[in-house]
Write a protein that binds this ligand. Sequence first.
Ligand code: PLP
Length: 367
Amino acid sequence: MSGIKYPRAKPYISQHSKEEILDRFTKILDTGNLIQGKYVKELEDKFAAFVGTKYAVATNSCTSALEIVIKSLNITNKKILVPSQTFVATGNAVILSGNTPVFVDMNKDTFSMSFKSIQENISKDVAAIMLVHMGGLISPEYYEIKSYCDKHNIILLEDAAHAHGSKINNLSAGNLGEAGCFSFYPTKLMTTGEGGMITTNNKELADKARLYRNHGGDGRNFTYNSSNYRMTELNAAIGLSQLEELPSFIEARNTIAKAYIKGLQNVKNIILLPTYDFIENSYWNFYFILNKEVSRKKFTNYLLEKGIQTGDAYSPSCHQQTAFENYIGDQDFSVTEDILQRHVSLPMYVGMTKEDTAYIINTINSL
Ligand SMILES: Cc1ncc(COP(=O)(O)O)c(C=O)c1O
């Protein structure tokens, strides 16, 4: 193997941002105000404006944001539907908030949980549904899922860890249900190092979330049992620069995705995911599916030999993880299991050039 020339993901911080961040770091260190000061507040205000919600509450990770949202909504001893095809954090947050995850199957066209699997797994104990916008794609089934939730009094929540800036009919991820949770992990669409954000239009939820992230209180009076989930000023200082450049990052990712779609649409044995006029995808990931006769292992090993690192969505999926073995019943995971064997995620990061994408496309075409 000649070494990885094209990693599947990497963070991007522009030279201008680096200078701005270092300048803010100096100011923070000079004041000695290292946590939850003016930069965290500024990031919250600007992120809320970006998503279009009234409130945003910063946390130290998306995982803690998910846990805090569920607790702030007083959901306890209930079931929450979660896709099996997601990072373990989604399921763990449900358990850590005192609830039971019910893992469900995915839709092969969207990589999100399918409306069919939701209907199959609903019961009177289900208090909420956690939609995960996999790779940045908001499922077009969102409308059916939302009406279903409204009709049956089920709370719709979003794990928008992959979906900063994604939109459906101009409505942003994070503003599609009762609350959205974002991740600022290094390889995400924007980073703060580690960090997360809750977005909501529900004032009571936002107020409670601010307490939950701070040991359950305001510093003197403590109402809830909680932990320390605060964001530091240093993390927020990075986030502000990243947020300012986020629209250009999303544009860059869309340019790469368009090139992949154009270059791969006629390749034998590759099935691209459908795109939709009314959905803007921020393309955290670019997934496609291989025909059944192709060996995924051979395909990805070949690309690796050529310096191209591919990824997968989440393999093994949650229902295959030991950590969740006590939470798996007789659900049907046939789509997830089929797609796990056949999907591929291509390199996707800001800074990839036209030549880089052309090399990747040509390498795949030469197979
Ligand atoms: C779908 C999903 N949810 C939640 C998380 C957790 O995010 P964090 O690392 O910020 O806790 C991740 C992280 O990769 C994720 O992919």
